[in-house]
Structure formats: C-alpha cells, structure tokens
Design a protein around this ligand. Sequence first.
Ligand SMILES: NC(=O)N[C@@H](CC(=O)O)C(=O)O
Ligand SMILES: [Zn+2]
Ligand SMILES: [Zn+2]
Length: 346
Amino acid sequence: MTDSLTIRRPDDWHVHLRDGAFLADTVAHTARQFARAIVMPNLSPPVTTTALALAYRDRIAKVAPAGFTPLMTLYLTDGTDPVDMAAGFANGAVTACKLYPAHATTNSAHGVTDIRSIYPVLETMQAIGMPLLVHGEVTDAATDIFDREAVFIERVLIPTLRDFPALKLVFEHITTKEAAEFVAAAPDNVAATITCHHLVINRNAIFAGGIRPHAYCLPIAKREVHRLALRKAATSGSAKFFLGTDTAPHLVQAKESGCGCAGIFNAPNALESYVTVFDEEGALGRFEAFASENGPKFYGLPLNEGTVTLTRGETVMPARLPMGEGEIVPWLAGETMNWRFAGAEG
Ligand SMILES: NC(=O)N[C@@H](CC(=O)O)C(=O)O
Ligand SMILES: [Zn+2]
Ligand SMILES: [Zn+2]
C-alpha cells in the first residue's frame, strides 16, 4: 500500500476566485495546493475585456503569495471584440475565453444568447489557437435540468466543432457519461475538466435525508452511472481529461436559503479529495498526469517545477471556514478524509 505520494506541483484549470472581500481567502486556499489557476471571469460585472482582465489580475497579484500564477479568461458576450481578445491573447494578458450560455449558471446573465452570434470570435480563436472553455448546458425551460449537458452536446457542441474543427475546446466540469464518451472520442483539440465533487457524489447526495444545499452545484450531479463514467475517464490515463475543481464559494447564508446559490467550495481540500478517488480506483500511478501534466500540455504551457506530497492519514474537515467577512461550508465539511495534503516543496 502506498502511504505517501509525491507528484509534480499541480494546477487547477477551473477556479472561481471572486473579488473584493473574498479574494484574499480564495487565493490563499488555491495557491496553497496549486501553482497556476485558470481564473473564471463570471464576476459582477463580468470580465469582458483585456483591460478588465488585467485589472483583475492586478487585484489577485496584490493578495497572492510568491509563486502563484493566475491565468486570466475573458467572459464572452454577444458583443465580444475579437480584436481586443486577440491582442490580449498575443501579449499574454489572457489565456482563454469562457462561454457561458446566457442564464446557464451563476452570473451568466450577460452570456451568449446564441452560439452563432460569436462565430466571428470563434473564427479568430481557432486561427490564433486560443482555447474556448465551455459551460456546456442548454438553458431552455423545456429541457430537464438533468439532461441539459447531454442535450448541449447534440445541439451546440457537435455543430460548433463541425464548423470550427481545429478550435481548441475544453468542455468544463463534465458530469455525464455522454460528455466523457464524447470527449474521449473527439480529436486532440477537445479536452475536459472534471471536478472532485462530481467524482464523489451522485444526485442522491442533494436529497440525502432532506435537501442539502451544499451538494448543489451546476452542472447538477447526475445518476450513479454518470459518476462511474467520470471516474473511469479521470483515471483512464487519457490526456484529454484534467483537473479543474470548479471551486465556487458562496457564503453559508447564500447557500442555506429558499433559493440557494449553485457552487461547491473545494479549494481547501481538492487534492485530498481527488487522490482518494484515484486511490479507490487503484490508479494512484495515473494521478500525476491528471493533476499536473495533461492540463499544461493541452494549454501549451510548461510543466511546473516543484512538488506536492499527499500522505495517507485521517483528518476531519472543519464544519465552516472564514470567507471574507463571513463563513463558508466547505466541501466534505465535518467529514473524515483519508488522505492529507502534506505540503508543497520547491
Ligand atoms: N459551478 C457552480 O455551481 N457555480 C459557479 C458557476 C459555474 O461554474 O457554472 C459559480 O460561479 O458559482
Ligand atoms: Zn460552469
Ligand atoms: Zn465554474
């Protein structure tokens, strides 16, 4: 039995750092485990231009420890300027663009109403090799919430990739067997991130003995068959799947509400959670590629120097953590974890 695992320092390819009072706390938690993070742009108002991304990057840098690199993204709207976007990509200010279908998730009201309205932007992205990160859910009221991701593949993803076959595309936080199979069968310019929570819970967790707002996120957790397909994909050794926590903090009162926010805050214990899954699947030897190699290779970035060490051993996750001026209920709150984060070196 392996009791200690040292791997190359990992990155988190999907993070919500928020802003203002949250920023120092979110950055500290993510930077403790990860060297780089793809920073989601769904602030209010959203990060829609290179200038806004640079200003946000400066606010992050002010609170970040040495050695942490935020990789910035632009929030696509029907009015995104491809010239500003391409200039920001060329000078390294922005790494990728994020597609939120309008009204699909938290702070997506300014998102894209119809994929065809951003075809000129996608044309440019394909030409310059800029990755498109996708929240892949349809938003029409007629589609069942548990079907939104699978329908998105048929209705949006397949036609878009047919029209832009060389577009670099990351299907973010996949939650279904359909998405895992689609990505596995797609060409190398298509990849996916997988969260730790979708590897651990299925939709029963949202209703276990009562309604559980801290298990609610988007895309919503699906049936067990989908969780098993995600575990298979993540631990398969395929370079198309990589770590993206989708850590998405909301204060306790925003979650425990008559209309609770979607999002799970897993930055404090992400690696512990992922490594437990790889351990349970007998795939500890494949964890480093998933956490530390597949992402940078897809993005065309160098691998990190330095390492992190995870050790087998019980720790109890706190019931609450401070977040800005309030408190947050983290992923696995109050539960015993069987792996611990022993620290980063180098
Ligand atoms: N995942 C979530 O449930 N919430 C995210 C938005 C997102 O990633 O869709 C958030 O910003 O709160
Ligand atoms: Zn999303
Ligand atoms: Zn997200």
